[in-house]
Design a protein around this ligand. Sequence first.
Ligand SMILES: [Zn+2]
Length: 288
Amino acid sequence: MKGRFTGWVILFFVILALVPVFIINSAVTIAKILGIILVVAIVAALWKWRIQTRERSPRNERIKLNTNDKFWLEKNIPFYQKLSKQDKQIFEDRVGIFLADIKVTEINKELPEKETCFYVASSAIIAYWGLPFYNYGNINEVLVYPSNFNLDNSLNRLGAVEGKVHHGGLMNNTMILSLPALVKGFQIDNDKKNVGVHEFAHLLDKSDGVIDGIPVGMEEELVEIWLNVMQDEIEKLEKTKSSIPNYAASSNPEFFAVAVEYYKECPSLLKRKHPQLFNVLDCYFNKD
Ligand SMILES: [Zn+2]
């Protein structure tokens, strides 16, 4: 793409330089034609650039957060509290973009509560924080259930599932979160658990087409190290007590999602207890 662009720029300047040459040599008609070609080319380039920038920009106008919203984030989102002033601004902008693009639906409510929307958006932004992209696996809706639910997405008092992403089928672009579990993830900081972040980490894993515990955009050399570290840690988890929650040992995708929760909520503890695991995740999330 870059090479093609340079080619066009060189051609543009060659034609531009030819115009006075033709005028000096009394070939005014040719100079006029070249002038017209240049004007048409500039208009076409500007038109194309306008279409491309429109495609790249968010689908909808970003929602602007007011002072009360920022105060709410400061009070309820520990990850946000710890950010620098500049990063807080980035976080707020991303919350606004998320809520403009992705629908949050609270079951049994006509409109979702603003707080619920902020919890969902914050989960997504935390999970993707540090990466050079944030498309949230192209989901278009997050359903928030009033309690934990069953594996078939039905609701009754026996439900134990706190969150779920779908792979394929009609609900491919939908995530489900249980409201009490979602809120608890933020209320208890430093317990390495946040179901919202966990589910969005699954989207990072899913975005490359397979849910296999390897997230999208992880470079090949790092994937090799990651697979070794993951296997090592799962084996240790099965044999001895570990600071990583046991659920991580159930599969590679669950290990990745649990590790991301741990890394995002208690990075210094992870660095101390599992330095190799910390290094791989830190490398993935801050590769610039
Ligand atoms: Zn999971």
